[in-house]
Design a protein around this ligand. Structure first.
Ligand SMILES: [Zn+2]
Length: 324
């Protein structure tokens, strides 16, 4: 047997479906039966290379109203017009089909799917979907990129979050080339934490706002995924790694409102702020009794609220800490 035959890929079996080497397949995985007895599916595309290699899972809409990732995945699939050099792409652009239909972050039982992993076969609806997706899809991968946006009324600068102290995870993050890489511990119940427990290298791309297609963040995401595929040897073509593009941030903090009122912010995502710099004010409806919003340290604004009406304690601005 020659060396090239030795690395030829086997048929890829996923969710009860078999994809042959060199094939691209679009199919629907049964997810749940609605009360109407209509079957609900999770739509999937698998592109299986001729040679063995990394299995990259691309997922989006785990929160049903976070749409940028769905468009990133659509564009990435459009760009891959030939066979892969090696490895396999599993693309799941709409994981939380329930939330997506209802344009809601949550599942119909008000649970957060990204706090429901690893899930269980006999648990809540969210736990069952988490269990199904983890066992059938995520467990087949070697690398995962899960794409999110900020929550309702907020906006995030394009950023890769992951355990960047792990060399392979840092390699993924650097290749992606988002404006910011944020060191991030795992959150209990998230898809990323469940994937990491299975030994899979997983990062989250956080970008833009819910219920929008934010073009700049989508473009960064499309380029980032294609650059990761090139870095992993899955494609010969694609954007090259540009290590200087991403700023590595070790920690971050949300500035919270000292009291309620109307907020005027003078910064946007991506703005560099200095320690104690005044970046906004909160006042009464007449602009009086104003208090300052100040940066806690030197850093980059990586997220912010879009809503000027704030209560005391509300999260206003997310600042990633820069070295001095
Ligand atoms: Zn999310």
């Amino acid at each position: 047997m020659t060396a090239s035959k030795a690395v030829r890929a086997d048929p890829f079996e996923i969710g009860g479906h078999v994809v042959l080497p060199g094939q691209r397949d679009r199919f629907d995985m049964p997810a749940a039966l609605l009360p109407t007895h209509t079957q609900l599916h999770i739509p999937l595309t698998v592109i299986h290379g001729l040679r063995k290699g990394p299995v990259l899972c691309l997922s989006a809409v785990v929160h049903g109203d976070e749409l940028n990732g769905l468009e990133v995945i659509r564009r990435v699939l459009e760009k891959i017009d030939g066979p892969l050099q090696s490895g396999t792409v599993i693309a799941a652009p709409i994981v939380n089909v329930f939330g997506f239909i209802g344009q809601s972050r949550y599942m119909p039982d008000r649970r957060d799917l990204n706090r429901s992993f690893p899930g269980s076969r006999t648990g809540s609806l969210a736990a069952r979907i988490a269990d199904l997706f983890l066992r059938q899809i995520i467990a087949r991968a070697t690398h995962c990129i899960d794409i999110h946006t900020a929550a309702q009324d907020k906006r995030n600068l394009g950023q890769i979050r992951g355990d960047l102290r792990d060399p392979e995870t840092l390699r993924l993050a650097r290749a992606f080339g988002a404006p910011v890489m944020l060191q991030s511990g795992t959150r209990g119940g998230s898809m990323r934490s469940a994937a990491i427990k299975l030994g899979i290298k997983a990062v989250v791309y956080e970008a833009g706002e819910p219920l929008r297609f934010n073009e700049p963040e989508i473009k960064i995401g499309e380029r980032g995924v294609l650059a990761v595929m090139r870095e992993l040897g899955m494609r010969k073509v694609g954007p090259k790694i540009q290590p200087a593009r991403s700023v590595l941030l070790e920690e971050s903090s949300w500035i919270r409102a000292r009291r309620g009122g109307l907020m005027r912010l003078s910064v946007d995502v991506g703005t560099v702020v200095e320690a104690k710099q005044r970046i906004g004010t909160i006042s009464d409806p007449f602009g009086e009794e104003s208090v300052s919003v100040r940066a806690p340290f030197r850093g980059i604004v990586i997220g912010k609220t879009n809503n000027p009406v704030v209560h005391g304690g509300d999260a206003l601005v997310h600042v990633g800490k820069l070295g001095t």
